[in-house]
Design a protein around this ligand. Sequence first.
Ligand code: PLP
Length: 373
Amino acid sequence: MYRTWVEISLSQIAANYRALCEVAGPGVAVVPVVKADAYRHGALPVATRLQAEGAAWMAVSNSAEGVQLRLGGVSAGILVMGDFAPFERESLAAANLTPVIHSLTRLREYDAFARGRGAVLPYHLKIDTGMGRLGTRASASAILEAIHGASSLRLEGLMTHFASPSDFASSQTAGQVAAFEAVCGALAAQGVRPPLLHLSSSAPVAFGLRHAFGSMVRPGLALYGYVSPPVGPAPPVVVEVKPALAWRACVLEIKELAPGDPIGYGARWRASRPSRIAVVAAGYADGVPHSLSNRGHALAAGRLVPLVGAVSMDLLTLEVTSCPELCPGAAVTLIGQDGDARYDAEDMAREAGIISYAVLCGIGHRVARVYVD
Ligand SMILES: *Cc1c(COP(=O)(O)O)cnc(C)c1O
């Protein structure tokens, strides 16, 4: 019994993982991205389940996330993708995490650190092929020299990250693939051939961009059942994934309003007819976007109903005149399915003017997590 909670299906996440492995095909490893608490699905339960499904690697953003998985008993390789501050080096090495290194300066520093420890430490090197954020933009010859100079490090992978993987009207992805291949080719010609080459997040896998798979892919969003809506002439989606999370909240009160009665902060909505209003125990402190005020929807008694008035910190209000059977104590669905009606994180994101990633990652810590099958 909770005021608001999410129901998470680990078996659906496992099914999504298997579907992604199927599309990746033999010889291409699928690394589940479990950063940001597995997009709020719970990093440790998700990683533990996917390790049991055979995942040999997990990807996280920072060293603290990696350490949390190690403390929880995850023994798979853990790739730390989001760069690291000097103070994180010790925990990277101690927890046997594999950092992605993003510049040749950091590479030399990490090499000196490894030498000081008397160890040979693994790493992946990220090439900035156009994202303009993390990753080295050095020439292939400078990269080669730095790799050879780092005698206390072991290069296990080369990677890049796409800036516009869902935009099929743009040539940016093709340009990034070509730039990555040019660097990898120049290194290979000099005998540097790390076993793992990886470029793709969810979208290139979901849209079957096989030439961008390399030997490893890094899906996050698709693992949790979503494929971002593409822009431009997209190829068909080749993977079947389903959302693994439903978000519910309790109806605290039902109000009958007369025509003209206002609701909530700023009286942003007024009843235009006699209206039933459900006062629901979730607000922006739980992660319901404030921008859904007067424009979002939810599911009540198997029907799509409008969110009316301002979303407040702890409460929101739904117009449920069409649901005479709805009573205090009943649950409504903020994301998920109720009977035949469905409203998912992508629907909420569209109405809130944000992206589905932000909806999922925004689900607050006050929202209880319940694992179902
Ligand atoms: C977050 C992230 C991913 C996963 O992206 P999705 O779009 O959720 O699949 C992959 N690679 C890197 C470097 C990331 O930061």
